[in-house]
Design a protein around this ligand. Sequence first.
Ligand code: SF4
Length: 494
Amino acid sequence: MGVKLTGKLPDWVSAKDVILEMLRRHDVAGGVGKIIEYYGPGLEHLTAMDRHVIANMGAELGATTTVFPSDHQTLAFLKQQRREKHWKELLSDPGASYDLHEEINLSELEPLIACPSSPGNVVPVREVAGREVYQVMIGSSANPGMRDFVIPALILENRRAHPRVSLDINPSSRQILENLTEKGDLTLLIRAGARIHQAGCNGCIGMGQAPATHKISLRTVPRNFPGRSGTKEDQVYLCSPETAAASALTGVITDPRDLEKKLALKYPRYQEPTDILINTDMVFPPPADGGSVEVIRGPNIQPLPPTEPLKTYVEGPVLLKLENNISTDEISPAGSKVLPFRSNIPEISKFTFSTIDEHFHNRAMKYQKSGSFLVAGSNYGQGSSREHAALAPSFLGVRAVIAKSYARIHRSNLINFGILPLVFSNEHDWKGIDRDDVLVLDGIIETIRQGKDFHVKNQTKNKEFLAKCPLTSHEREVLLAGGLINYMIQHHLS
Ligand code: SF4
């Protein structure tokens, strides 16, 4: 899909509003199976970090990937990082064409916001303006540039966040934190009442900063799937740093353009500095002899459970029949109760699908050795790239998922952990399957080797349907080995 950008972003509108506009038009499955390339004169003023904001949330569109050219803006970014010698111009081929066309006139965009609880529930901010806000969180991988913190700092300069609002700042990296400190922007935020957290994901993944139940939290993060924040009945909205800062100031969802009328506040002018602090003192190269490194494991850090090579026959029940757009947050939840077990697969597996079925783990364990299935709609595994959403089902004995379509990263994760990602040849067959139906797959290895369709037998309903498993030759080898780690051991370490 080619997305032609024309015009120039108006004051108070920024890169987050561009990707929210794409989500407004195409929703969370609109990018499935597509590579999205942005091009056109509108790129002229979009910095590398602006483009990062847009590309980061390409995952929310379900896109395979997002592409921007490497041009003067990427050169400026690499110069700032003192890496300009790595710059190369990379442009689309002259006369390149696209299968699908989209166009966004940046000059016509307005502040947008994704309402609970999907990044695709996008409306103009003015439509939900006035709702009381209890938390504003600025940061994350989706808005990691200096400007994403400096613009809010300048909006909040010499002002105080509304007393009802907990204003949380999550610097995206040590580099950002050091530069915000050096240049004084951090002081502006602290004076405005902000709480400064360590660099990293923090509340985006529900590690702290859980919002109050049923109370609105405005975040510049990429995802607001139900409960991801760590609060079951959360009300998370996704917006730009401008909308976040304006709402922190007023205590209600605010179209940042209204600050001009209400507070006579002009849109802050910000010029990306050409010279920033680059401190790599904390980056250590791996030792030449990596094999001598001792992995120190406490009781909560367990070795990765081994996966078995693919079996040729699987007979087992459908543990869950799922609808469209199941996110990895629903498969393997985030939150401070769960994530301390990230390095302990048997323990974290106990939370698999717990928000959908609290008995899932116990049911799955009965078939851990013999194998089981999951059945899903389209865009299965959207959202976070979390490996645990494949790793935990693999540990629990899930041998195949049969879905209408997959989010690209999750599909790769399934293959990497030895789970067959089957696709219904005829989507209508989804309707004919129920939870607990016993399915049979036979001749799996030969079918994969020959690249043929699978004949899936529904033993309970005494019916059969076809499923595809399109694989690259590398994916085929990985699956046959029972996952990427087995493949690496076989091909590179033995
Ligand atoms: S949890 Fe994921 S989406 Fe959130 S900030 Fe971290 S990397 Fe980004």
